[in-house]
Design a protein. Structure first.
Length: 461
């Protein structure tokens, strides 16, 4: 009677192949292992006859797995299924590039679930158009929709509607944007925000001012004749941070929208989050928040990414990292620079007008280098005995080198310089500290050295 074949072993082999591929990744996030575990468990249950990776087919193996993901109980979200497909496609491509005989096109673009897109509510756009200058503001906000998320666009419209409603109510005589002045128009709006009932929090008012300043700057860059300095840094209220807010993980992972350029950085970080771990994404967001907070505090006049310069903006941030209290280690500062450089490169690659060479290799702090541990006296004595016992060419050369090193440390500076004029006359004094060694050069009479090579021999009594 023929025994039944062991179906677990081939799948174990597949698991080892995938595991070796995951180990080669720079950041082997747990999503890779989760996706592989789900896929191999599905194969072993529904297709136990698949014994080699070359037997994988799009239909029925991959399409069946996709249907299995859609039929999970409790159901998986579209984002989770999308991540599983992204990481499995990445692993299959890596295996194919490593020489494994995989069929092409196992996972195609149409297999990915569609991402939910929240369309902005039309009433915001219509409501904004009812105000004077509303269409002008709305046309500028429309240019943001390709770079920021829908709820950020909604926030811009909300702030514009508040400001234009105040302007139309309290200053109906303002008929041109060129007539806007810091006093009384903007300062009056600041007082109006402070007198709201129920009152607005300092953080909310801070956000309103940031958004309004951004919109005014965009209008000025588009050619509208606006006065400079309508909103200054001293207009921003101090944002209080409560202990429970500081301890909140959700707050630490919140979006960067309140900061200037925060939307741009947040979009790039959200793109990286599809393939990076949660802790790595959180670190990118923390570095971006640290840099943008510094930029907003020290250089509030920087209103466009094209204005970023290596000196003073990046150099100033480097100094801020060095002056951090408690001090940051070289490893931490190095990672900060690496993460920020990655974000700046990504922003430049999608069309943002950033200057090249903002962060250069010489900006990175040196990594600590640890010297090898010195041998103990007992280990050194055992090594000396083993070299003497071997008594071959390599061991004798090492013994001579050890003796010369000992002499170099024992000889004084002037005496060593005086003896360096004539090597032959000093070969005896150099080896004096090794009193139990007799070094001589002789021709070997054996056939092995018949070509005139010299043999060094160190003879010990």
């Amino acid at each position: 009677m023929t025994p039944a074949p062991a179906v677990g072993l081939p799948h174990l082999k597949l698991e080892e192949i995938f595991d070796a591929c995951i180990q080669t990744l720079a950041t082997p996030h747990r999503a890779y292992r989760a996706a592989v575990h789900r896929f191999l468990a599905y194969l072993q249950t529904d297709f136990p006859q698949v014994l080699q990776i070359s037997e994988l087919r799009r239909d029925p193996h991959l399409l069946g797995w996709l249907r299995g993901l859609c039929e999970q109980d409790p159901p998986l979200s579209s984002a989770t299924r999308r991540i599983y497909l992204v990481v499995l496609r990445r692993l299959l491509r890596d295996l194919a590039s490593a020489g494994h005989p995989l069929q092409p096109g196992l996972i195609l673009a149409e297999d990915f679930p569609s991402q939910p897109r929240r369309s902005p509510q039309p009433q915001f756009r219509l409501a904004l158009g009812l105000f004077r200058f509303g269409e002008i503001f709305d046309s500028r906000i429309q240019t943001f929709t390709t770079d920021v998320q829908p709820r950020t666009t909604q926030r811009y419209r909300g702030v514009a509607r508040r400001f234009l409603a105040y302007l139309q109510t309290d200053f109906p005589q303002v008929l041109q944007l060129s007539e806007l002045r810091r006093d009384p128009h903007l300062l009056g709006w600041l007082r109006h925000l402070s007198e709201q009932d129920p009152p607005l929090s300092p953080g909310r008012r801070h956000t309103y001012l940031l958004v309004c300043r951004r919109l005014l700057h965009e209008l000025a860059s588009a050619g509208y004749p606006l006065q400079p300095g309508l909103i200054l840094p001293e207009d921003f209220p101090l944002r209080l941070r409560f202990p429970e807010e500081l301890r909140s993980t959700k707050d630490r992972r919140s979006r960067l929208s309140p900061l200037l350029f925060g939307d741009f950085f947040d979009v790039r970080i959200q793109t990286l989050a599809t393939t990076l771990g949660t802790s790595t994404t959180r670190h990118y967001r923390g570095v971006a928040r640290h840099f943008l907070s510094y930029l907003q505090t020290e250089f509030p006049q920087v209103l466009d990414l094209s204005e970023l310069r290596r000196d003073p903006h990046l150099f100033g941030w480097f100094r801020r990292l060095c002056e951090h209290d408690p001090p940051l280690s070289n490893v931490t500062r190095r990672r900060y620079l690496l993460d920020l450089r990655r974000l700046l490169v990504d922003l430049a690659s999608v069309g943002h007008p950033l200057q090249p060479g903002l962060i250069l290799p010489e900006d990175f702090p040196t990594q600590p280098r640890y010297l090898p541990r010195a041998l103990s006296p007992e280990e050194d004595r055992q090594l000396q005995q083993e070299l003497c016992r071997s008594n071959d060419l390599l061991s004798n050369a090492l013994l001579i080198q050890r003796g010369a090193d000992i002499c170099g440390r024992l000889c004084g500076g002037q005496e060593r310089r005086a003896k360096s004029f004539d090597v032959q006359s000093n070969i005896g004094p150099v080896l004096n500290p090794v009193q139990d060694a007799d070094v001589h050069v002789q021709e070997s009479p054996s056939n092995e050295w018949s070509d005139g090579q010299l043999q060094l021999r160190l003879a010990f009594p």
